[in-house]
Design a binder for this molecule. Structure first.
Ligand code: ADP
Ligand code: MG
Length: 863
């Protein structure tokens, strides 16, 4: 029977799980890890290769093909049936290879996301990978942490957890550690925390009771079958596009069939031909090609040290035109150090350092090497205190912590309550943003003013200034109300050096048409100093809005402020302001990427189009984000955007290539029927061309690499459309123009009595070779073909060679020649083919240059 942990006292739980206040010993923990297994839920199982292959046949497009081959069999046209079968097989094979590759990439990327947990083992706080947590472990939970396993709470300080993933309740639930009745609902078990939930506020300590599959979430997860990776909006759009085209083609082919019959072509001939035209036109490779583009893109982004967690991100990424940057850690190194100490009076210096040490949650990992973990502000203070000569363990023993108001970005301070030796009263220690702390202090107006001046001087230099205060109290618990009449102890100014080359990165960012916004929790003056130093603002007094001002202005005024491209700085910002800024920018049709690391950044990161978490950030932020910056570097984001744009343009190339080919056979054959000519190419020949053109070259296009080192300027303002007007026109131009030429040529050569089988061979080859050449035109849609390196994509080169071999084989190998009713071509035929291809290329290139790259000129207004 399930144990009712919430119904037991903390001591009972401790006893049952054979653990203590000091946690498990490392040895015991390893033993339990062996016994209970790693604390993880099974990842989605991979589809077996066989299933994946069979899946390739589960598409409406394939059903059409299967129907077609059945019809061919019924008409005793076994050659056609054979070729359709071959087309199906090759298609499935290529699809299978690509999809398994894509899936492998996704799984690999997923496995790279690591989460960690804070545990007490052997009496020491340690950070370990979440999957190493075992029953009996004592875990420490702080705002921003993911709860690593199911656990019974021992201690709570204002602890609130977000349990929506488990209970559906969106409001944070308050936690305590009292015993609850046995029949308490899961959602009301206030003394428990569960895997899959996260800590919204406060702090707590708990005993792990269940891990992995034994957790509540694990039990639910077992019930849910493998969910497939959600398709992205783009993938959905492409799939529906492919379906629309299939429908249109089906309609057109019915028409072709009817007209053909009326014009006296035989039934068999018309059935086979219209089916073949439909089959050739259907862009069956489209959807998978898009997936492959995304998968390859994600892998390339990873190489640049950014981990794309969700597929969605890759395509939106290319359209980003605003990056909202959290200063700390992205623009700066995120490694703080104490720069100056300003005790109020000389005798206060030791008190100041002691508050820095005690009112602090950073952990010392290695005392000799001074290695610490935790918030960078706090590690800096801890280090300074140790350097000052304070002994952490000793002082913590003298002043044990009784209670805490944890730091959060909204309050901008942290307070702790400590016992004092010799039964003296308790003492409150506070540190935080100076404006906040000064309000709590028992200072006279004049003193306050002087102190304010002093800290503003420091902030102007770009330093982060923290104020410190303390007071004795009789209270046993700490509450916000107690924070008044405190004794002001002094300031500490911290320095966070800028990242090297950040100025250049900001410049590149702007050059690429991406507007950087600096959003920081720091003071206005600190922000102004840094903005100027990194070249974000030209003068020393840029317009900056701070949190207080943001609260006072309306959305309209904020929108107006944001419209001006030079207003880019926000200071003393709280997380909710970030959301507001994101929402307003989105309503102006911007695509926003937002970075964050803190606990409360998660909602804003979720709201942004691309949420970016710093690799060093809190667990919740990492879980919410679309992208994790493994190296915390702004430059990486820009590289990722660059790759995002490349993904987009590769998809565009594939779409152009596959769709342009689609209608060609239709026009050629439809035209011939209308003119009363024999069919220029036969059904089997059309199908063969389709194999040549639709599979390999299209796939190879996904591997196109980005060109050029700098990011070109782009100002999308809106999400770019894959198939915008220009693209549609180009597709229409390409399919129409080349086919009319082919049709005219066919009509002429037929009139002057060329042998029809010979002619068909010629046109078969022309259709196929045009496609092979066309794929090289698609390599770069921005430049004419003679202006870029044609052969830098090995896959493409290879696919072109294979395609040409398939055409030559069909023409010259007797067996294939027979099946496809082809004749060997002579020298002069190749000259004609060459001329056709050249002409075709010329039209496409002209179309590319004129249609795609001509900026729509602004029509001059005449007054
Ligand atoms: P940022 O995004 O710039 O890091 P934060 O929200 O983390 O902004 O911090 C806002 C302000 O809160 C800081 O400028 C500082 O004054 C104060 N602060 C930051 N960290 C702590 C901390 N650990 N304890 C107390 N105060 C802090
Ligand atoms: Mg911070």
């Amino acid at each position: 029977m399930e144990k009712l942990w919430h119904n037991l006292s903390v001591d009972q739980v401790e006893k049952k799980l054979q653990t203590s206040k000091n946690g498990l010993s490392e040895q015991e923990a390893q033993k339990r890890l062996k016994k209970y297994g790693p604390n993880q839920l099974p990842t989605a199982k991979k589809l077996s290769a066989f299933k994946l292959f069979i899946n390739q046949f589960k598409s409406p497009l394939v059903y059409v093909l299967l129907g077609a081959s059945l019809i061919s069999c019924l008409l005793k046209e076994f050659n056609d049936a054979l070729i359709i079968g071959l087309a199906l097989f090759i298609n499935a094979l290529v699809g299978f290879i690509q999809e398994s590759k894509a899936e492998k990439t996704f799984l690999r990327l997923k496995s790279l996301v690591h989460y960690s947990a804070k545990v007490i083992r052997d009496g020491k706080t340690q950070i370990i990978p979440s999957n190493q947590v075992v029953p009996g472990d004592i875990i420490i939970l702080e705002a921003g942490d993911l709860v690593p396993a199911d656990a019974r709470l021992q201690k709570t300080y204002n602890l609130q957890s977000q349990e929506a993933p488990l209970t559906g309740e969106s409001e944070a639930s308050h936690k305590k550690n009292e015993i609850l009745p046995a029949n308490t609902n899961l959602a009301d078990r206030e003394n428990m925390v569960y895997l899959g939930t996260n800590i919204a506020q406060g702090k707590g300590q708990a005993i792990v009771v269940n891990t992995g599959l034994k957790t509540k979430l694990g039990q639910i997860a077992q019930l849910i079958k493998k969910t497939k990776e959600r398709s992205t909006p783009l993938q959905k759009k492409i799939t529906s596009l492919a379906q629309t085209i299939t429908l249109i083609l089906a309609g057109l082919c019915l028409l072709l069939f009817a007209v053909g019959l009326m014009r006296g072509y035989s039934l068999t001939e018309m059935v086979l031909t219209s089916v073949a035209v439909a089959v050739a036109g259907i862009p069956e490779g489209l959807a998978i090609a898009v997936t492959v583009c995304l998968a390859i893109g994600m892998q390339n982004i990873l190489r640049k040290k950014a981990l794309v967690k969700k597929l969605v991100a890759a395509e939106t990424l290319g359209s980003v035109d605003i990056i909202a940057i959290d200063k700390t850690g992205t623009i700066t190194k995120g490694i703080m150090s104490v720069d100056q100490i300003h005790p109020r009076a000389q005798k206060n210096a030791k008190d100041l350092m002691r508050i820095g040490l005690l009112c602090n949650n950073a952990i010392v990992e290695n005392l000799e090497k001074k290695e610490m973990r935790g918030d960078t502000t706090e590690t800096a203070l801890l280090k300074a205190a140790l350097d000052f000569g304070l002994k952490k363990e000793k002082i913590e023993k003298i002043y044990p912590r009784l209670d805490e108001i944890p730091f959060d970005s909204q309050n901008m301070y942290m307070a702790t309550l400590h016992a004092q030796p010799e039964n003296k009263e308790q003492i409150i220690l506070v540190k935080g943003a100076p404006e906040k702390i000064l309000e709590f202090c028992n200072l006279e107006k004049k003193e306050k003013k002087e102190i304010k001046k002093e800290f503003e001087q420091l902030t102007q230099k770009g330093l982060r200034v923290l104020a410190f205060a303390q007071q004795k109290t009789k209270a046993k618990e700490i509450k916000k109300e107690l924070l008044n009449n405190l004794d002001f102890v002094g300031f500490i100014a911290l320095k966070d050096p800028l990242r090297p080359a950040i100025k250049e990165t900001i410049k590149n960012c702007q050059a690429a048409g991406i507007r950087p916004l600096l959003i920081t929790g720091d003071h206005k003056l600190t922000a102004a100093n840094i903005a100027q130093e990194i070249g974000l603002s030209k003068n020393s007094q840029p317009k900056i809005l701070d949190g207080e001002e943001l609260d006072q202005i309306s959305d309209q005024i904020l929108a107006k402020f944001l419209k001006s491209e030079t207003n880019n700085i926000f200071a003393r910002v709280e997380p909710r302001h970030k959301i507001r800024i994101v929402k307003i920018l989105q309503s102006q049709n911007h695509i926003i990427a937002m970075t964050g690391d803190g606990v409360n950044d998660a909602p804003a990161i979720k709201a942004a189009d691309i949420g970016i978490a710093l690799g060093s950030g809190s667990e919740v932020t990492k879980e919410t984000a679309d992208i994790i910056l493994l190296d915390d570097n702004l430059k990486t984001i820009i590289e990722a955007v660059k790759t995002g744009r490349n993904i987009f343009s590769n998809i565009q190339k594939v779409v152009l290539f596959l769709l342009s080919g689609g209608f060609s056979e239709f026009i050629l054959i439809g035209g011939a029927i209308l003119l009363g000519l024999p069919l220029p190419v036969l059904a089997a020949q059309i199908l063969w061309v389709n194999i040549v053109e639709d599979t390999l070259p299209a796939m190879a296009l996904s591997y196109e690499k980005e060109k050029g080192r700098t990011l070109e300027k782009k100002n999308p303002k809106k999400k770019s459309e894959i198939l915008d007007k220009k693209m549609k026109r180009l597709i229409a131009l390409i399919s129409l123009s080349t086919d009319f030429i082919l049709l005219a040529l066919f009509a002429h050569l037929y009139k002057i009595n060329w042998n029809i089988e010979h002619l068909r061979t010629l046109f078969f080859a022309a259709l196929a070779l045009n496609q092979v050449l066309f794929v090289f035109s698609c390599k770069n849609l921005k430049k004419p073909i003679w202006r870029y390196n044609l052969f830098d994509n090995h896959f493409l080169n290879l696919s072109a060679v294979v395609a040409i071999l398939l055409v030559m084989g069909a023409i010259y190998i007797p067996f294939l020649q027979n099946i496809l009713s082809l004749r060997p071509l002579i020298f002069w035929d190749w000259i004609i083919l060459f001329a056709i291809a050249l002409f075709n290329l010329l039209v496409i290139e002209l179309g590319k240059i004129t249609l795609l790259n001509r900026e729509s000129l602004p029509s001059k207004k005449i007054k």
